[in-house]
Design a protein around this ligand. Structure first.
Ligand SMILES: [Zn+2]
Length: 410
């Protein structure tokens, strides 16, 4: 069964064979879809001749863009933390709130009380919001349980929601998100627990594709991170790393050393870290929504990283403390304004480059024949308009694996 999306303004897409940040912009083309995949992109009249029995879908004059790929999210939590938001407005820093028992450890305490079903219900509705804003794939991390049982609960919730929603969820084990309260005076034991119990159990139940660590001053050291990620690799989980976010620790260099798929945040990255990542093909994932939401003055050095030849990916970092949005579109605006990324670079960063950060660039992230038909239709006059007109939703239709899964009526 062939479907054709026609009456489009055209397509805007990065391509696997083109340079980093370059876009193909084609007017007046249509997209033929066969089952889950893009069959062909071409002039509408040619596709109509080639597939005379195809079902037509009216693109209503929109531009077709690849569905956004959000490669860094933390959606499995129980309570929201708007009280801490107010404390920050009144002058407390994120670190001060964490030291007073707030932050991630606050989320962990309440997470352990909530039932699987309640958590699954909350997570379902949160993840549905990604779809409404045009994101068709998310990477999603555990990391608010921090016990064997609760980390498994988190990953099982993702598995359940993944079966219910038309969005691709790529699971990452983040048992090393924080040292839980009961291990504060014996952190070595917690690292042991992750390596000896959590990682083998997650692998045995096939619950995560990647393993991530929050490598940061007062969280996990470079040495601890290396031990955890090396153990995860032995169990077939590819490393990711929260690296050089609040302080320089050498996280980017470690990401290169363990051949991580990505190193994320990178506000304090060194020149050596950039060179090391380049040499090992580690994808930089930048999360400017977090710096924005925490009211920081400085952002990751995106221009320097791009000029070194690395394909910069963008993500929301959706989580209840430091970045509370599922909207990739506003991240593009923040990346443009605060990191001086061009409209072309931010679109590539939220599609093909972010697919690279989860090893999906061969199947999603661009509009090309043979790839999954994960396509969003945007009501914008041209590509520069997407980050320009900000904090509203430009999405009119969302196709995931060839199926229309969300539509705005008007
Ligand atoms: Zn994160």
């Amino acid at each position: 069964m062939i479907k054709i999306i026609d009456n489009l303004q055209g397509i805007i897409t990065p391509r696997l064979d083109s340079a980093n940040g370059d876009l193909l912009i084609q007017d007046s083309v249509a997209i033929a879809i066969e089952n889950e995949n893009i069959k062909k992109i071409g002039l509408a009249e040619d596709l109509h001749k080639e597939f005379p029995n195809a079902k037509m879908i009216d693109g209503k004059g929109c531009w077709a863009v690849p569905g956004f790929v959000d490669p860094h999210t933390h959606p499995v939590f129980y309570k929201t933390r708007e009280d801490e938001f107010e404390m920050r407005i009144l002058g407390k820093s994120y670190e001060e709130i964490a030291a007073a028992g707030g932050g991630i450890r606050n989320s962990v305490r309440v997470f352990r009380e909530v039932s699987f079903d309640t958590l699954a219900e909350l997570t379902y509705h949160r993840i549905l919001k990604f779809l409404e804003y045009g994101t068709t794939t998310i990477e999603a991390k555990s990391g608010y349980g921090l016990s064997v049982e609760d980390e498994i609960k988190s990953l099982r919730v993702l598995k359940k929601v993944s079966a219910l929603l038309p969005i691709t969820i790529v699971p990452t084990f983040l048992g090393a998100h924080e040292v839980p309260d009961e291990y504060q005076n014996k952190r070595d034991k917690y690292v042991e627990l992750i390596i000896k119990e959590m990682i083998p159990k997650v692998a045995e139940d096939n619950l995560a594709e990647f393993c991530d660590v929050f490598c940061e001053k007062n969280v996990f050291t470079v040495e601890e991170s290396e031990r955890i990620l090396t153990a995860a690799k032995d169990y077939g989980m590819r490393p990711k790393l929260h690296a050089d976010e609040l302080h320089y620790t050498g996280g980017a260099e470690l990401a290169a050393k363990v051949q991580a798929i990505s190193a994320d945040h990178l506000l304090m990255i060194s020149d050596e870290g950039i060179a090391a990542m380049k040499s090992q093909g580690v994808i930089p994932v930048l999360l400017p929504g977090t710096a924005f939401y925490l009211g920081k003055q400085s952002y990751a050095p995106a221009r320097k990283i791009i000029e070194a030849g690395l394909p910069v990916a963008l993500a929301t970092d959706f989580n209840p403390g430091s970045s509370v949005t599922q909207n990739m579109q506003i991240i593009l605006t923040i990346a443009a304004i605060h990191m001086k990324m061009t409209p072309k670079e931010v679109i590539a960063g939220a599609t093909l480059n972010s697919a690279r950060a989860i090893a999906r660039e061969k199947t999603i992230g661009s509009l090309e024949a043979g790839k999954k038909a994960d396509i969003i239709l945007l009501d914008i006059p041209n590509y520069k308009y997407l980050p320009y007109h900000y904090a509203i939703n430009h999405v009119k239709m969302v196709f995931r694996h060839g199926q229309l899964v969300h539509q705005v009526m008007q």
